[in-house]
Design a protein around this ligand. Structure first.
Ligand code: SF4
Length: 235
């Protein structure tokens, strides 16, 4: 694993957004300087607002925290902090690069960074899944089926698959999924491409295979590498 950029090589302009500032190069990456008085989200929002007011479009590097001296956090806390700070800013349309510093190692930082970018819809590194929460209408075991579909498809980058328990509300809640696996009747599955139903009343036992066929027919399938096949079989 390696980062896509080294902070020290980027010549990042560190700004205190509570004061006036000037930037001479319109392509220079900017960020909030460490140890400011503001919480990170507030500071980055202020920086983005000031850049906009000055008519500047400099790319912004988001950080999960504004203190580099902190000891690594417990993994779940690092995840939550980075997701809250960076995720909310990305959801607001702020940020062009991200830096994670709360994790204990480079590999963990990179994995968390990729997961946040994927969750925020900025970049796609792996298959995306949307599943309904299940309710009294659910027509199959959502957890088991989701695990089965994941085992077959999680090597597909940039594909979004919805797994919905019923046709009453499922199709309307599949968001922008590329493919949908939806309970049509007890023991029967309907398959969708986008929001369009394509195959109806497939016996549940063969529905995952037919979903793979559908993905293949639409040019989104790639064969898993050997070790991924082994993992899928074990799953
Ligand atoms: S999609 Fe259907 S099964 Fe899933 S939560 Fe909504 S109503 Fe229930």
């Amino acid at each position: 694993m390696k980062p896509e950029a080294i902070y020290e090589d980027l010549n990042v302009y560190e700004i205190n957004p509570t004061t006036d500032f000037k930037i001479n190069c319109e392509t220079q990456l900017v960020t909030v300087q460490d140890d400011g008085m503001l919480p990170a989200i507030t500071a980055f929002r202020l920086l983005a607002a000031k850049l906009k007011r000055l008519g500047l479009n400099n790319p912004i590097l988001l950080k999960d925290c504004l203190s580099f001296s902190e000891a690594p956090l417990e993994p779940r806390i690092a995840l939550l902090r980075a997701a809250v700070v960076i995720g909310s800013l990305l959801a607001d349309g702020i940020g062009d690069a991200i830096l994670i510093r709360g994790e204990s190692g480079g590999g963990q930082s990179l994995r968390l960074a990729y997961n946040i970018l994927q969750a925020a819809g900025c970049r796609s590194f792996k298959t995306d899944y949307v599943a309904c929460p299940s309710c009294g209408r659910t027509l199959f075991n959502l957890q088991t089926v989701t695990a089965r579909i994941k085992a077959r498809t999680e090597h597909l980058k940039g594909v979004k698959i919805a797994i919905m328990g019923c046709i009453v509300n499922g199709p309307g809640e599949m968001a922008d999924a590329d493919f949908g696996y939806v309970g049509g009747a007890p023991g029967k599955i309907n398959l969708y491409v986008g929001k369009t139903p394509i195959k109806f009343n497939i016996p549940e036992a063969e529905a995952v295979d037919r979903l793979v066929d559908l993905i293949r027919e639409h040019g989104k399938w790639v064969e898993p590498e050997a070790k991924e096949v082994t993992a899928a079989v074990h799953a």
